[in-house]
Design a protein around this ligand. Structure first.
Ligand code: GRF
Length: 208
């Protein structure tokens, strides 16, 4: 029970489409009590995704909105919005969610959606960010936890993790090193959000 000294936990919904390693990273931190939040649901568009198994392992309720079963894109996005409005999360975390959220969803949950992206934004937005960075030949790569706005990977930056590209590193090595950083910064960003520490002013995020 929340006492006078403990803040109520923030309700978190996760959106995922794939492997779910970032979902696991956040759920582990929730389980350890490092984050003042409660996972209330995983919603996925992909019934075959590994993230569903991870949710089960952590006793996180899950719901499948199978993208292929909808008549068209807009029917899917409407169903997703309806589901989110029913759940009323205080925070939505997109963890390897492969759809672009519609403006209606972003407007319904302003500054309350966090995404993890595998590049040092604003460099290399969109798909295949690690490959883009590797092929460009940058010497420093990394990942970004950011708020989601109506653009693609363009919202206010919360935290970034840096990976130095060493001589002889392959694209796969780089992807794995970036993923390790993702698993550090995403739970931390969620933790700060749940503690009410993130303030956005002129699209700059300060951690108070
Ligand atoms: C991660 O690299 C994340 O940055 C990107 O998609 C990948 C998802 O991996 N958005 P996982 O499903 O969390 O393992």
């Amino acid at each position: 029970m929340a006492s006078l000294f403990t803040k109520p936990k923030k309700k978190i919904v996760f959106l995922a489409s794939g492997r779910g390693s970032n979902l696991r990273a956040v759920l582990e931190n929730l389980k350890k009590g490092k984050i003042a939040g409660t996972g209330i649901s995983l919603i996925t568009d992909n019934p075959a995704c590994k993230a569903l198994e991870i949710a089960k392992e952590f006793h996180l309720p899950s719901q499948v909105l199978d993208f292929k079963s909808f008549e068209d894109k807009s029917a899917y996005h409407k169903a997703l919005l309806d589901r989110l409005l029913e759940l009323q999360p205080e925070l939505i975390v997109t963890v390897g969610y492969m759809k672009i959220l519609k403006p209606e969803i972003i407007r319904a949950f302003p500054n309350s959606i966090i995404n993890i992206h595998p590049s040092l934004l604003p460099a290399f937005p969109g798909l295949g960010a690690q490959k883009q960075a590797f092929e460009y030949g940058v010497k420093i790569a990394g990942c970004t936890a950011h708020f989601v706005d109506e653009g693609v990977d363009s919202g206010p930056v919360i935290l970034q993790g840096v990976v130095k590209i060493k001589e002889g590193m392959s694209e796969r090595d780089l992807t794995l090193e970036i993923l390790k950083e993702e698993h550090k910064i995403l739970p931390l960003a969620v933790q700060y959000f749940c503690e009410g520490k993130l303030k956005i002013q002129n699209r700059k995020v300060s951690i108070q």
